[in-house]
Design a protein around this ligand. Structure first.
Ligand code: SAH
Length: 257
């Protein structure tokens, strides 16, 4: 059995209990060395064999998995955050399927959740935004044209942008071309939940200069939207002066009656 485990966003204790148990029992761990905190491996068995997938091809990863399975070893493939986002697990699952090897997925805390907690932000503030767009700029991996940043920006929903720290000037251009005003609050969250975490609040217009000033070039998420603005208006729905379908105003009835 091969288990794909979500390692969480960085902090060693933000893996699930189930995920950590799989690590404790593993005979072989293949971990994403570029993004997974190696401290998570402290719980492994003494004779557990560890591979860093940052140095491996898909074929090499599958080879280790297949060989492990043939020897009836417990194999854990440890992915950063939750494996369902930019984890390239589909191609691994398909290859295992072809070999007739069973697998399971253990979810993890994605970095976009880690970033929200670092920002102490609710991505879905009533009246501001009720949707979160998780996306990325096209880089060496293309993004389908119909999913351009510009087209998503037109909704002015909360956006969490992965894998784009090296393209912030272009990102800002696309966001504003799509309809987000340049002074919309934005944030760069570097290594959310790691000891070296950095939270930089800025605006869409100042994304690139902020990253440059803070020397952030990778391992960051860009968050954009009015939910980051502490100046947001409280909702009328729970305003004592406002009558709704279910509740009469306690201090006099206002306009929409
Ligand atoms: N599956 C992962 C994402 C992998 S893609 C998840 O659910 O989080 C790798 C990208 O995720 C990085 O380039 C960066 O944009 C983002 N990322 C991963 N961990 C991060 C962290 N702790 N803080 C900020 N961004 C992070």
């Amino acid at each position: 059995m091969i288990v794909f485990v979500g390692a969480g966003p960085g902090a060693w204790d933000l893996i699930t209990v189930r995920g950590q148990n799989y690590l404790r029992e593993a005979d072989i761990i293949i971990y994403a060395g570029s993004l997974v905190n190696p401290k998570l491996l402290d719980v492994k068995k003494e004779d557990c064999v560890v591979y860093n997938s940052a140095l491996m091809t898909l074929e090499e990863i599958i080879y280790v998995m297949v060989a492990g399975e043939r020897e009836r070893k417990e194999v854990v493939r440890l992915h950063t955050g939750d494996p369902c986002l930019y984890g390239a697990i589909q191609e691994q699952m398909d290859a295992l399927e072809q070999e007739g090897i069973p697998y399971e997925i253990c979810p993890g805390v994605s970095s976009f959740c880690g970033a929200a907690s670092a920002l102490e932000t609710e991505y879905t503030l009533p009246g501001i935004s009720q949707s979160v767009v998780i996306t990325r700029m096209a880089g060496r991996t293309p993004v389908p044209k119909r999913e351009s940043i510009q087209s998503f920006a037109a909704h002015r929903a909360t956006m969490v942008i992965f894998l784009s720290t090296g393209m912030l000037a272009e990102l800002a251009e696309e966001l504003t071309a799509g309809g987000y005003p340049g002074d919309t609050p934005a944030a760069i969250v570097y290594k959310a939940t790691w000891p070296e975490e950095k939270v930089c609040r800025c605006t869409i217009d100042s994304l690139a200069t902020t990253a440059e000033k803070e020397k952030i070039t990778k391992t960051a998420l860009i968050i954009v939207g009015r939910v980051l603005d502490s100046e947001y208006q409280r909702s009328e729905l729970y305003n004592p002066d406002f009558t709704t379908e279910y509740r009469r105003a306690s201090r006099g009835v206002k306009d929409n009656e």
